[in-house]
Write a protein that binds this ligand. Structure first.
Ligand code: FAD
Length: 516
């Protein structure tokens, strides 16, 4: 009965899609729809955190169950690809993409937050895990897990993004050197393929689909449930920042820290361009705010900050986090006495970017364009990459953080769709570089924003010459995507032909030329 009603609504949707020009705006879902809902839903689905790409869909689906998504895709894939029914579909998690990746201009956006946000934590097994809906956020998952003293092992810096959204990319943060990216911490997935099939997959069952979808940029299926590995959650974290005036010493100390996974739980780092570069520090790290202003007096020098953390399970006096930090920092080569440490709750540590979000929202600086650029850079090219970056950005004008931190290749499965630099296999380290720029409209006009985007294209072209690969990136054409995938392209295209043969899914990425 429910399926029959859904099909009736789909036929109505299809008719409206076919007849309307310009495309109609329709919100479809079991709760019915009204004109106001319609406009609000489509305008939300045509925006993202980047704030400069907008492709309004023709319709928005707010599914109540994975079956709703399956019915939609089954229907769309039953039409002739050469006809006008070759509609496209994009899953939208929290819409925190930068370049319209979760948009479906003229197609259908599936809003994943409308699925029941079910989270079931299993503690009793030898490996604790949580089953979580694809549209749930990492913040929701953390909250539920902490109730029983557990937590996922691998994170992103920001938690109000969805499990399905980050697993479709990679999901990285300072824990990735130790536990691998989020895509390395998944036991099982429920996926609706582009053909509408509902498949439960894992490394041992339907493994091709499982690995294709991880880092698959939404091209092969829609993740409706993920089984995420958990660990015991510490109560507290010792969070440390140490400063450097030399890039080589900065990266060597980061590499030292990631060689000590038995002691260190998190490693990241920043380029200190100006007083705003470490804004999120202002709440936890009162002590070094004045110090950064002091450093910046010498405008000819760029400084760097290593950030690391040690979980405090408070086992014994001699294994306390403070003790571990003392031992680890004794091996490091930061600027004499320029090290700061604070103790915070585990939740506050993981939630640190939300504090920054609230600060920026108060100042009207959160909902501004974000022309972000992220890369995986081979270890052998990181010095050259840093020079390239500093040639393009002006420390005085840059707003936002610039992150640099190392990861270990052997924590990444080569079977997933994620693309890392194709460098020498003997190179174990890959660097993440995040150029997380805000373009405040008060100081950066639309023309200035266009200039920044052009400049980013130049950085991306130069970066690819030193073997770097974009992460969360946008490529200007399908041919650029093929270059991006390199030796992985053939497999990626073959998997697309198998799981989404009509090219319905993920149009906002622009990887495959539209079939319509
Ligand atoms: P969306 O933007 O909604 O979607 C992203 C892509 O995934 C789209 O192609 C979409 O179609 C697809 N998709 C969404 N849901 C599903 C699903 N259920 N099944 C299949 N495909 C799906 N990333 C990191 O790795 N590390 C970080 O530390 C980090 N920090 C961030 C901080 C901030 C403030 C922001 C805004 C982003 C950050 N990101 C980080 C980037 C983030 O991981 C990506 O933007 C991610 O795509 C956001 O998830 P989302 O739920 O908003 O996905």
């Amino acid at each position: 009965m429910e399926a029959a009603m859904f099909c009736t609504r789909l036929v109505l949707l299809a008719l409206l899609l076919a007849l309307s020009s310009p495309p109609c705006k329709l919100i479809q879902g079991p709760t019915g729809f009204g004109p106001l809902d319609v406009l609000q839903a489509t305008s939300k689905a045509s925006t993202d955190f980047g704030g400069f790409v907008s492709g309004p869909p023709s319709a928005v689906l707010r599914p109540r169950s994975p079956r709703d998504i399956s019915l939609l895709l089954e229907h769309l894939s039953s039409f002739d690809p050469s006809g006008r029914w070759a509609a496209t579909v994009a899953a939208r998690g929290a819409g925190h993409s930068i370049h319209g990746q979760a948009q479906a201009p003229g197609g259908i956006v599936v809003e994943m937050d409308s699925l029941p946000s079910s989270i079931r934590v299993r503690r009793s097994r030898s490996i604790p895990y949580a089953d979580v809906a694809g549209g749930a956020t990492w913040a929701e998952l953390l909250e539920e897990c902490l109730k029983v003293g557990l937590a996922p092992r691998s994170w992103t810096d920001y938690l109000h993004i969805t499990v399905g959204g980050t697993l479709s990319n990679a999901g990285i943060s300072g824990q990735a050197f130790k536990h691998g990216p989020q895509v390395s911490n998944v036991l099982q997935l429920d996926v609706v393929t582009g053909k509408g099939e509902l498949v439960t997959c894992s490394p041992t069952s339907s493994s091709e689909l499982f690995y294709a979808v991880l880092g698959g940029l939404g091209q092969f299926g829609i993740i409706t449930r993920a089984r995420i590995l958990l660990q015991e959650a510490p109560k507290k974290v010792r969070w440390v920042r140490a400063f450097y005036d030399d890039f080589h010493t900065f990266t060597k100390d980061q590499e030292l820290l990631i060689s000590l996974p038995e002691m260190v739980d998190y490693v990241e780092g920043f380029v200190v361009l100006n007083e705003q570069s470490l804004d999120s520090s202002s709440n936890a790290f009162h002590s070094h705010v004045d110090f950064i202003a002091e450093l910046r007096k010498d405008r000819t020098k760029i400084h760097y900050c290593v950030e690391f953390a040690v979980h405090d399970y408070s086992l014994t006096e001699t294994t306390s986090a403070e003790h571990v930090v003392e031992e680890v920092s004794g091996k490091m080569s930061y600027m004499s006495s320029h090290i700061y440490s604070v103790e915070v709750s585990y939740f506050d540590f993981l939630n640190r970017v939300t504090v920054e979000e609230m600060n920026l929202r108060r100042r009207g600086l959160w909902e501004v364009p974000h022309p972000w650029l992220n890369f995986f850079v081979p270890e052998s090219g990181i010095n050259e990459f840093k020079d390239l970056l500093l040639d393009y950005i002006s420390p005085e004008e840059f707003e936002g953080p610039v992150l640099i931190y190392p990861l270990l290749r052997d924590k990444w499965s080569a079977n997933t769709s994620v693309v890392l630099p194709e460098s020498d296999v003997s190179e174990r380290v890959v660097y993440v570089v995040g150029i997380l720029r805000s373009a405040n409209p008060k100081t950066c006009s639309p023309r200035c924003l266009l200039g920044l985007l052009r400049c980013h294209r130049q950085i991306a072209d130069a970066a690819s010459r030193i073997g770097a690969k974009q992460y969360l990136g946008h490529q200007p054409s399908p041919a650029h995507w093929q270059d991006h995938f390199g030796s992985k392209w053939g497999r990626f295209a073959a998997l697309k032909a198998r799981f989404d043969p009509l090219g319905i899914l993920g149009p906002g990425q622009g990887i495959f030329p539209s079939s319509s």
